[in-house]
Design a protein around this ligand. Structure first.
Ligand SMILES: [Zn+2]
Length: 272
């Protein structure tokens, strides 16, 4: 954040608080004695605050208004910090983004979805797993490996097409996803599934800042041949994976994940 933009930033922070009960932890400002009072720019840029604001606004709109978002997430604190190689992480009332890069709309919704799930004691992702007829079993995952129905190496994902661990149960968690998610990876589990399902729901065919990403997640199984690079720069055997991830007619609204998030937002999902 430049000195010139700091007035704008402090107004924006107030807006985050009053509109969404979102508290941004500023990492910019007048330096302390250690930095001899020099301005600290930190890792947030002015446009990033705009992207964050607009994305939360969009998420709130889809959820049914600011009040609904506040009620579901219960208020969050947002920080940019050093969190290693991943883009973000979230717990109840807390979202952290990597300070090493700009935040993207997709990551924002993904992490907010984790915070939402966490605010409900991670019950939302459990419910998604049940709703989509999935389950988690390390025992069956190991059995699958032993029997050779495995698309990864003996110690997990390998950096080669058809070896990344995308089949049901072929991941670190032993997560056998049901129905058709938009994709899967070695780190996929019910919580990641929920966060990705929410981002897909927000983006799918709505013409917003997540829509291009959402579409590319699905069309790759129809548009790319085995060994080709998809729109995210990933090489894999897309034709082989179509049976796990490509929805009927390429229409993601036909999946149980889309229906689940839709019903969840409309308050139709009853928790036991
Ligand atoms: Zn995640």
């Amino acid at each position: 954040m430049k000195v010139l933009d700091s007035h704008f930033a402090s107004e924006k922070l107030n807006q985050f608080k009053s509109d969404f009960q979102v508290e941004i932890v500023p990492d910019w400002g007048k330096g302390d004695r250690k930095s001899s009072g020099n301005w600290q720019t930190g890792s947030w840029a002015r446009d990033e605050l705009d992207v964050l604001y607009d994305t939360i606004c969009l998420f709130a709109e889809i959820m049914g208004g600011n009040g609904k978002l506040i009620q579901q997430l219960g208020g969050i604190t947002v920080q940019k910090t050093d969190i290693g190689s991943h883009g973000g992480e979230a717990y109840a009332h807390q979202v952290r983004f990597s300070k090493n890069g700009p935040v993207s709309p997709w990551t924002i919704v993904h992490e907010c979805a984790h915070a939402w799930d966490a605010n409900y004691g991670w019950k939302l992702s459990r419910e998604l797993e049940r709703y989509t007829y999935g389950f988690t079993s390390l025992f069956l995952s190991r059995l699958k490996k032993r029997l050779g129905f495995w698309d990864a190496g003996p110690n997990g994902k390998e950096n080669a097409p058809g070896r990344q661990g995308r089949r049901p149960g072929c991941n670190h968690a032993g997560y056998f996803y049901g129905d058709k998610p938009s994709g899967s990876s070695w780190l996929f589990d019910r919580r990641e599934d929920f966060a990705e399902a929410v981002a897909m729901y927000v983006g799918w065919e709505r013409g917003n800042t997540l829509s291009d990403h959402a579409r590319k997640r699905i069309v790759r199984y129809a548009n790319f041949k085995n060994g080709e690079k998809d729109d995210f720069g990933v090489v894999d055997n897309w034709e082989d994976y179509a049976r796990y991830f490509y929805p009927a007619g390429g229409d993601y609204t036909k999946t149980r994940r889309w229906k689940f998030v839709d019903e969840l937002i409309q308050g139709k999902i009853i928790f036991k």
